[in-house]
Design a protein around this ligand. Sequence first.
Ligand SMILES: Nc1ncnc2c1ncn2[C@@H]1O[C@H](COP(=O)(O)OP(=O)(O)OP(=O)(O)O)[C@@H](O)[C@H]1O
Ligand SMILES: [Mg+2]
Length: 449
Amino acid sequence: MSSYDKAIESYKNGIATAASFAASLMLVRGVVHELVPPQLREVLFSHLGYLRWWHAVSPHHTIVIEQRTDDGLTNNHTYSAVKTYLATRISTTDGQQLQRLRVSSMDENDKMLVAMAEGEEMADVYDGAEFKWRFVSREIAIRNGHSSSDIDGGQQEVRSFELSFHRRHKEKALKSYLPFIVSKAKAIRDQERSLQIYMNQYPDTWSPVDLRHPSTFDTLAMDQELKQSIIDDLDRFIKRKDYYKRIGKAWKRGYLLYGPPGTGKSSLIAAMANYLRFDIYDLDLSEVQSNSDLRRLLIGMSNRSIIAAEDIDCSVEMKQREGHELKSAEEEKEEQKVTLSGLLNFVDGLWSASGEGRIIIFTTNYKERLDPALLRPGRMDMHILMGYCTAESFRILARNYHSITYHVTYPEIEELITEAMVTPAEVAEVLMRSDDTDVVLQDVVDLLK
Ligand SMILES: Nc1ncnc2c1ncn2[C@@H]1O[C@H](COP(=O)(O)OP(=O)(O)OP(=O)(O)O)[C@@H](O)[C@H]1O
Ligand SMILES: [Mg+2]
């Protein structure tokens, strides 16, 4: 049973009980509702034993979402989704009514999470319906075993969110508002998690580290039109999941990046990863010894990720590693046959069966040295030349490093730059030398000369 089914189930039970109460109490309820503040109301009614009564006639229904699931141990996923979602609502005007907040963070690098304090209430409007959230924390006695008599004296805090709404919105609450919150929370978490870059280790494992590469399409110095066409291509690719399924092809896209060292090929991969929020699998082919290891590595990748094989240059055949156990002649022959275009075929077969949303990127300094099979139309979807610094890319670099859009040296720099054949990396290095813009730009002029 999913947590929604459970919620619906307990909800139905509530309705059944509710239906048996007299409608004449509506009038009394209305009067009390107007005159008595909510806290007092609750005390009053629970003391009088009227609480159930009250709920029966109230036009408002409540869904309780506890921190733990029924076994009392497992975290309730819906609860954490609500918590994540409400944190984003609290920072908006909807949250201004809150007088007491709780703030927490896991460590000094963690973002602070703002939450309602115990007993606080806030409203949220979804699809024209008003929903009220209340955070409730109760202490309950911890019981040992099942008999109610052997209470061991300990207390346990039970936290829950209570969602109240007019009963005409019950369908909307369960079937659309809560699912909306769950998917919203997932999107928020995806956005906040740090991206990973995985590196393969002999023979077939990936080890991750946080991807901290700050490169984005905004900071990338390259031809604006080309940049935009890459962004458009990625956007189209991401939207086409169903299309790929329909035509029976693996949902993947291949990019070949080529150009001299220091022109931003690796930076472009990082920019793509940051743009799509995809992890990178940095495949070092010299660490891969056999087809079966490669297959295991490819299967071990998660969906919606980028696999990058960098600097493939002349090493289209995977190198035989030294110092590892001897293989039979047949195995050896098999291994030698793995080429990049073989890798692509391999990827097609494997990934159309299992993977989704994969991007494969090869980078090279020497496109002309690559196996022609790899360059054939249809192998890599886009061939992208990362070239020497142009006037356009220089301006982007100067803006990145010195927050300027113009300087007296620009005409001279722009005149010299095309002839000079300097890489963005070289220009970036000069721009970083000092905070004094006048000095470094003069250095750029000298570099170009
Ligand atoms: N096009 C660019 N836009 C912005 N910064 C760049 C660009 N090209 C290079 N840089 C700067 O130079 C550094 C090196 O660039 P990068 O590693 O992306 O080059 P590469 O083309 O991958 O080189 P290689 O062929 O040696 O792997 C980057 O960290 C970045 O600071
Ligand atoms: Mg590189």
